[in-house]
Design a protein around this ligand. Structure first.
Ligand SMILES: *Cc1c(COP(=O)(O)O)cnc(C)c1O
Length: 405
């Protein structure tokens, strides 16, 4: 324990206290497993918020990283590099869009989409300059920049960080009528998550995304989906929108696009949207760099070669069935799609945090989201046997306890 405490104290001393992590210090990882500095083994049930869909240190992705690192790692976009073209070609082929704009973090890709939508509104739709409105959903999570928290409905994400960026309208998530009512002649885009991950794994009513698609087309507004967390296999389809007839005009990817190895994000769209950007309009020093491009191309290949969406579909139902079979007095609801699963703890039993702490003691790393929800989102490479191993331990933690907490 001494080493763990010492390392945690060091971070507390030398960094901002902007996180409240579980008291575990991880030293290495492989597949679905991680090991702490005391030599204890844990099953990773968070997958870095779905950035590790391919598992820790997938051999093919690591090979791509190492091979590229031995050639060239960074050129900036002032010059071309050999790796970016094949990566973008692959990304467009896999997603079905004409163009991709590579960035690094999720928030940057969201910002890119917001800029694209505003400029599209001005130059293509004819909305007066500085008048474009973007509709977003209550309880959203799209990142942490000042503009993005400008349209968060979470008080803590905003408090102290104003003044904020104007031009956003918030509507209830999952309510198509409210969405329709919010559209004005100045609306340029609707931005939403197909399932709200950080919001507590909230699944909208069936038909909501299809209706959003219909409204967007009808009113000449861009439909933009943030699939940073739900995309790339997590929910049992390559993209969560594929459960409905709801292909967005703009698709935003990040997290697992970097294969759990390197930050890579992208905004995808067809030419009529992407062409609003001209030289100098937007950029990023590291966006599309050779190392990231090589890693992301391998990450996409692994996703398809190992049919990770199919695995998520099959093993997700298996996992949920197992969870539902646990007779627990603490559970309010179990929800999700594929391997994005939320177990909501009843309010009268306190927050989900103590449950996550007990799961950690049993060898499972989970993190509470939105106070009441335990999110189970393991790497999509997980096996049935590993799920059984997890269920045994989850059952122990969710079983009735004699002493009230
Ligand atoms: C994580 C996440 C982001 C932000 O990604 P960063 O890489 O942390 O900037 C945006 N949207 C969704 C839905 C996310 O889950």
């Amino acid at each position: 324990m001494a080493r763990t405490e010492e390392l945690i104290r060091e971070v507390d001393q030398y960094s901002a206290r902007n996180y409240n992590p579980l008291p575990v210090v991880i030293e290495r990882g492989e597949g679905v497993w991680v090991f702490d500095v005391e030599g204890r083994k844990y099953l990773d049930m968070l997958s870095a918020y779905s950035a590790l869909n391919q598992g820790h240190r997938h051999p093919k992705i690591i090979r791509a990283l190492v091979e590229q690192a031995e050639k060239i790692t960074l050129t900036s976009r002032a010059f071309h590099n050999e790796t970016m073209g094949p990566f973008l070609h692959k990304l467009c082929a896999v997603t079905g869009y004409e163009k991709a704009l590579p960035m690094n973090t999720g928030a940057e890709a969201v910002e890119t989409a917001l800029k694209a939508a505003r400029k599209w509104g001005l130059v293509k739709k004819g909305v007066p300059e500085n008048q474009g409105e973007i509709i977003v959903c209550e309880n959203n999570f799209h990142g942490r920049t000042v503009t993005i928290v400008s349209f968060s409905s979470e008080e803590q994400y905003r408090y102290g960080f104003g003044p904020f960026t104007p031009g956003f309208v918030i509507v209830p998530f999952g309510d198509a009528a409210a969405l329709e009512a919010a559209i004005t002649p100045n609306t340029v885009a609707i931005l939403a998550e197909p399932i709200q991950g950080e919001g507590g794994v909230l699944v909208p009513p069936q038909g909501y995304l299809a209706k959003m698609r219909e409204l967007a087309s009808q009113h000449h507004v861009l439909m933009m989906l943030d699939e940073i967390q739900t995309g790339l296999g997590r929910t049992g389809r390559l993209f969560a929108y594929q459960y409905e007839e709801a292909k967005p005009d703009v698709l935003i990817l990040g997290k697992a696009l970097g294969g759990g190895v390197y930050p890579v994000s992208a905004m995808l769209a067809d030419s009529q949207v992407m062409d609003v950007f001209g030289p100098g309009d937007h950029g990023s020093t590291f966006g599309g760099n050779p190392l990231g491009a090589a890693v992301a191309k391998a990450a996409l290949e692994v996703l398809l070669e190992e049919d990770l969406p199919g695995r998520a579909m099959e093993l997700g139902s298996y996992f949920v069935e197992g969870l539902k079979a646990i007779d627990s007095p603490y559970v309010e609801e179990i929800r999700g799609k594929g391997l994005l699963i939320g177990v909501e703890v009843k309010k009268e039993h306190g927050s989900a945090r103590p449950f996550c702490e007990r799961l950690m003691a049993e060898g499972l790393l989970c993190k509470e989201t939105h106070e009441q929800t335990i999110r189970f989102a393991p790497p999509l490479t997980i096996t049935r046997e590993e799920i059984d191993w997890a269920l045994e331990r989850i059952a122990k933690v969710l079983a009735p306890r004699e002493t009230a907490e």
